[in-house]
Ligand binder design. Structure first.
Ligand code: AGP
Length: 606
């Protein structure tokens, strides 16, 4: 995940920027850079790889200046190299930008700027930000230029801009966080307060769509309508654990909220949005092997198994390759049939789950090629595999898997597209374009938190829940039920909605909340029919839908309206309210939501 730091004041800025970036290293990145204003104007220093390579370069080619910006980048657009590292300067070298997020309409803006004579040196969407702001900058009013430019941007972003004439930094955010630190005749900026606490505990958390002007004498803020606004100055008395929790009450809630960035970090650097192509350099399988695949086995446990069940829909639809999904604990004992041309994929957050590892070994022994989709580099699953797709969710501390699950879905989506490409099928342009909108859709869904906390207040005393879904959303019903079980210790079952009439319908009564995933897809009418069956038996329905909430309001007791994305990505959005519902019910029931009883983060025994 990208890290942002900035400073205006009288300290030696380069050392301060590097130290701030060090505190953000845990977020994961693949290049780093700083920019300062020196005697000859803006001077940037950037390096691919880890921060030490930048520090080494700075020791050989030192920079000095009184204010500046620093950035650690996780590649989204363009490979992770020095050229694409931030800060990015505009073509006229008048200003520098560092950026978190994705400018979804960057292609359209880039074409417009090229037509107006602007030139580009990087593969990044950030350079579009720099050139667009420069095209609106009169050399004096940087704030006005940023305010005008941001009206053109679509997507999620947090960026900071500095120019030369004035000692000022202009920042704005929509989605990824930005926090301003206040000192005596100095001002700090960071994407995470952990980078500021050495210098100040007086901070302002900028709100979505805020634009701020930082100078040594303080900060001025404007809202999304460009009106001046006052924001609360908070005094952070966080202890080290709270710093790690980023101010959230629990790691689980923090990790639910990290999902927009985690998803972006998982597809970032692997998707060429202009060519609508996916490429992994770590897949470890040659093109002819990929093209010759005849079957895929997805092997996993728990939440990761639910991701694998969604993966079956993705791979079978996008690559037209038959997929089998099996529990790690079952696969090896059923003497599986592994035909030539089989790819076995172990899906695992930890990469250490004994049942999954055993199943992967069983598949390899029978001749399958082995791939790991995993969140932990150098874990056992990655070491035994021919290829690896790392999910870049960052460390997942909460025992209940949330961001690891949704990043697994993104990884499986990318794998499905990659297999489609290997088979020479038609470019998945629509599906790839939809990916760029996903982080913001999740961000909008997270804004439902208060509404879902209220729902938890109504239902937390229930002793049983039923979760229903159909098609690609059936695994989401399973995952929602597992989250509730794990976190709140309430008995919850997930079922495919079509199966309800074959037994579970006997459970329906006014004391049994039924959570139904009712996406506006090709099985929507069937799900609506199942909803009517529940209501006809005095059942209580909580519907999660991207469809017409009005229509559902006449049937369901509660409707959670989520943004609509491409139907193959909709499960990723649909699961977020279910994660939040489980979390708030667990908190209300006084459960230890980060370390639920009897559970381990990684089950390394069979
Ligand atoms: C997730 O919420 C659970 N704690 C558990 O089911 C987990 O998904 C399962 O143990 C598999 O773990 P892994 O992804 O690390 O292999």
């Amino acid at each position: 995940m990208c890290g942002i730091v900035g400073y205006v004041g009288s300290r030696e800025v380069v050392e301060l920027l590097v130290e701030g970036l060090r505190r953000l290293e845990y977020r994961g990145y693949d290049s780093a850079g700083v920019v300062v204003r020196g005697s000859e104007g803006l001077i940037a220093s950037k390096a691919e790889g880890k921060l030490d390579r930048l520090v080494d370069k700075l020791s050989r080619e030192p920079l000095a200046g009184s204010f500046g910006l620093g950035h650690t980048r996780w590649a989204t657009h363009g490979p992770p190299n020095e050229r694409n590292a931030h800060p990015v300067l505009d073509a006229r070298r008048r200003l520098a930008v560092i950026h978190n997020g994705i400018i979804e309409n960057f292609l359209e803006l880039k074409k417009e700027l090229i037509a107006a004579g602007w030139t580009f040196e990087t593969d990044t969407d950030t350079e579009v930000v720099a050139n667009l702001i420069s095209s609106l900058y009169d050399g004096d009013d940087l704030r006005g230029a940023v305010d005008a430019a941001r009206q053109r941007f679509e997507g999620m972003y947090a960026f900071a801009v500095m120019a030369t004439p004035r000692e000022e930094i202009v920042v704005t955010r929509r989605g990824p966080p930005l926090v301003v630190g206040l000192g005596d005749n100095e001002c700090f900026l960071a994407s995470d307060p952990a980078a500021l606490l050495t210098y100040t505990r007086e901070v302002i958390f900028l709100e979505n769509n805020d634009l701020a002007l930082l100078t040594a004498s303080g900060v001025e803020i404007w809202d999304g309508q460009s009106q001046p606004v006052e924001r609360v100055v908070e005094r952070l008395n966080w202890d080290p654990i709270q710093v790690e929790k980023g101010g959230y009450k629990h790691f689980m809630l923090k990790e639910i909220h990290e999902q927009p960035q985690a998803l972006q970090d998982t597809f970032g650097g692997r998707v060429d949005f202009e060519l609508a192509r996916v490429d992994f350099d770590e897949l470890g399988l040659v093109e002819k092997d990929l093209a010759g695949l005849r079957r895929v086995h997805l092997l996993a446990c728990g939440t990761s198994l639910h991701a694998a069940l969604v993966g079956k829909f993705l791979i079978e639809e996008l690559a037209r390759i038959p997929v089998e999904v099996d529990y790690g604990s079952e696969y090896r004992y059923r003497d599986p049939i592994v035909e030539p041309g089989t790819l076995a994929v172990g899906v695992s957050q930890s990469g250490e789950t004994a049942d999954t590892l055993s199943a992967m070994e069983a598949a390899r022994e029978r001749g399958a090629a082995l791939l790991a989709i995993c969140n932990v580099a150098n874990s056992q699953a990655t070491r035994i595999s021919d290829g690896v797709i790392l999910t870049h969710a960052g460390p997942e501390i909460g025992v209940a898997s949330t961001k690891a699950f949704t990043t697994q879905l993104v990884a499986l989506f990318l794998l499905a597209v990659r297999l489609r490409q290997a088979r020479g099928m038609e470019t998945a342009s629509e599906e790839i374009a939809a990916l760029a909108h996903l982080p913001q859709a999740i961000d909008k869904t997270l804004a439902l938190e208060a509404e879902i906390a209220q729902l938890a207040r109504r239902f937390f005393r229930a002793e049983d829940f039923l979760y229903l879904g159909r098609g690609i959303n059936y695994p989401i019903a399973l995952e929602g039920a597992l989250k509730l079980k794990e976190i709140s210790y309430i008995h919850a079952e997930g079922y495919t909605a079509g199966e309800m009439k074959h037994g579970p319908i006997a459970l329906i009564d006014e004391d049994l909340p039924v959570v139904m995933v009712a996406s506006g897809d090709r099985v929507y009418d069937k799900v609506m029919g199942n909803m009517q069956e529940v209501k006809a038996r005095d059942g209580v329905v909580i519907a999660v839908t991207d469809h017409d909430a009005e229509e559902l309001a006449g049937v369901a007791d509660e409707v959670i309206q989520v943004p609509r994305v491409h139907r193959l990505l909709q499960p990723i959005v649909n699961v977020v309210p279910l994660q939040l519902l489980a979390y708030f019910i667990g908190v209300r029931r006084g459960a230890d939501v980060d370390q639920p009883r009897n559970l381990a983060k990684s089950v390394t025994v069979e």
